[in-house]
Design a protein around this ligand. Structure first.
Ligand SMILES: CC(=O)N[C@H]1[C@@H](OP(=O)(O)OP(=O)(O)OC[C@H]2O[C@@H](n3ccc(=O)[nH]c3=O)[C@H](O)[C@@H]2O)O[C@H](CO)[C@@H](O)[C@@H]1O[C@H](C)C(=O)N[C@@H](C)C(=O)N[C@H](CCC(=O)N[C@@H](CCC[C@@H](N)C(=O)O)C(=O)O)C(=O)O
Ligand SMILES: Nc1ncnc2c1ncn2[C@@H]1O[C@H](COP(=O)(O)OP(=O)(O)OP(=O)(O)O)[C@@H](O)[C@H]1O
Ligand SMILES: C[C@@H](N)C(=O)N[C@H](C)C(=O)O
Length: 433
């Protein structure tokens, strides 16, 4: 038996994978990962004493320990084990990538598919070279279908994740200006995300495509095994019927010729494409139309992704999970449509834009001005050179500085949009609003 087959046998006999000595490891298989701060090998001895069933390490000095597998590289072994387990499970898997809306689409798709199948979807944002293997290894034999989110900030990462996940179905939510630093340019984003289409083409998998998105259409030009949806084209189409405060849509199945009206708890017209993709995927995989509607109406976003929050003093769209030029544009346009008296923006700098950072922050300021959203609080040094000419803008270097200002001069009776890159931690202003 190969070493990976041996490790898989042990994995099946354990309670699952753990990677943190600070969590409960009793009965688990501990993977001694190395990261930016720690070397997991240092904790192998103690997790085994604490009752871990097995450990996988790459420090030779641990080779004398019982039930510890010594491998060449722990991360690679985690990824190989995940692929081995995926093959062992032999269930259909849908992969989701894209610049924006991956997690929301994944949550909506999961909610819809749960109506018919025992499914397992990626937890939270566990979408990278560590998160994806951990997700696969959390799937047990009772699961009928997997929904796996894939993130990337470099070319080649989606291809590598596909080789681990071996998806049967895939969707690219959209391509936009995100992670430009690693992808180099918008063309680089298309190449990187297109690796999912390429994998599915080579393996005869099925691709769900927003047929109204010209970039995706161009990227999918040589794909034959495609299922289309979109506002105006495809087997599932749909339009927004209301977008304030929450999105309502009407959707149509061109196969059954039925139309449905649903109201959701999602903020932002940009969610139309996320909702339509979930309908199309659910519908294609045999979920009943009424069950699709029930699932979508019940879903409520969390974790600072386009969340509507009513505090004692203010109404807030909390969108502090991420930011990039594309998601910023649609969030601002959505906010501009909100019919409220005292609208205030709290905007954080957009990270990972490399040499495009200055020009993209300039464009952001221009959009804010064009949309007449002049009451703005801007956080981050990205705004130093682009925002000081407008007296209505208040600039802060850090979120802490903004909090000090809110403490001194609280905001009341306002409608706020809070959006910025995750590292700004803009959600920390919530208690002061
Ligand atoms: C390895 C790991 O999981 N690290 C997490 C851990 O980090 P920590 O601060 O503890 O330090 P180390 O990483 O150095 O630790 C090494 C290991 O040692 C363990 N350990 C440490 C101390 C100790 O006393 N005992 C120990 O056992 C430790 O547990 C490690 O195993 O905690 C941090 C805080 O919770 C985590 O942030 C850190 O997670 C890392 C970054 C990670 O990659 N986690 C994945 C599971 C994941 O999927 N994370 C997602 C974020 C994904 C993401 O950013 N996606 C991007 C695109 C991806 C681009 C890709 N190229 C990339 O760079 O990732 C997107 O746009 O969506 C998440 O957390 O949400
Ligand atoms: N279809 C979309 N088009 C543009 N922007 C979107 C879309 N869907 C969501 N967004 C924006 O992206 C934010 C994050 O949404 P979500 O977490 O679903 O995306 P993501 O791609 O998973 O992001 P991340 O990679 O950071 O996890 C939302 O709060 C919203 O501002
Ligand atoms: C959170 C991570 N997936 C991401 O989207 N990063 C950008 C740069 C952000 O923090 O907004």
């Amino acid at each position: 038996m190969s070493q990976i087959a041996n490790i898989h046998q042990a994995f099946l006999a354990s309670k699952g994978v753990s990677t943190d000595s600070r969590s409960n490891n009793k009965g688990f298989m501990f993977f001694a990962l190395k990261g930016a701060n720690f070397d997991g090998n240092r904790y192998v001895d103690s997790v085994m004493k604490d009752g871990a069933a097995f450990a996988v390490a790459d420090d030779e000095t641990l080779s004398g320990l019982t039930n510890v597998f010594i491998v060449e590289d722990v991360l690679t072994t985690l990824q190989e084990l995940a692929r081995f387990h995926r093959r062992y499970l032999n269930i259909p898997i849908l992969a989701i990538t894209g610049s924006n809306g991956k997690t929301t689409t994944k949550e909506l798709v999961a909610a819809v598919l749960k109506e018919k199948y025992a499914i397992k979807a990626t937890s939270g944002n566990y979408n990278n070279h560590i998160g994806v293997p951990l997700t696969l290894l959390s799937i047990n034999e009772s699961i009928e279908l997997g929904v796996i989110e894939m993130g990337a900030n470099h070319i080649g990462e989606i291809e590598a994740l596909c080789k681990i996940v071996e998806p049967n179905y895939g969707i690219i939510t959209n391509v936009g200006k995100a992670h430009l630093e690693g992808f180099g340019s918008f063309e680089g984003v298309k190449t990187a995300k297109g690796e999912l289409y390429q994998y599915l083409k080579n393996t005869n998998g099925k691709v769900f495509i927003n047929a109204d998105n010209p970039h995706l259409n161009q990227m999918a030009a040589n794909l034959s095994n495609r299922i289309d949806y979109g506002p105006n084209h495809g087997k599932i189409t749909g339009q927004i019927t209301a977008d304030y405060p929450f999105v309502a849509i009407t959707w149509h199945s061109h196969e059954t010729k039925k139309s449905h009206d649903i109201s959701t708890k999602l903020i932002g017209a940009y969610n139309l494409e996320n909702i339509l993709s979930a309908i199309c995927i659910g519908y294609t995989l045999g979920v009943d139309e009424a069950a699709i509607n029930k699932a979508l109406q019940a879903y409520s976003p969390s974790n600072n992704r386009s969340q509507f929050i009513q505090t004692e003093n203010n109404q807030i769209i909390m969108d502090a999970y991420n930011a990039n030029p594309s998601s910023m544009q649609v969030a601002l346009q959505n906010f501009a449509r909100v019919d409220a008296e005292n609208k205030i923006l709290i905007i954080g700098g957009m990270k990972e834009l490399g040499s495009d950072s200055l020009s993209e922050h300039r464009k952001l300021i221009d959009t804010i001005k064009e949309l007449n959203l002049s009451q703005a609080m801007l956080v981050g040094e990205e705004f130093n050179d682009v925002a000081h000419d407008n007296k209505k803008f208040k600039c802060f270097t850090t979120t802490e500085e903004l909090i000090d200002s809110l403490r001194a001069a609280p905001i009341k009776n306002a409608y706020l949009l809070i959006k910025g890159s995750r590292s700004n931690k803009l959600e920390e202003v919530l208690p002061y609003l």
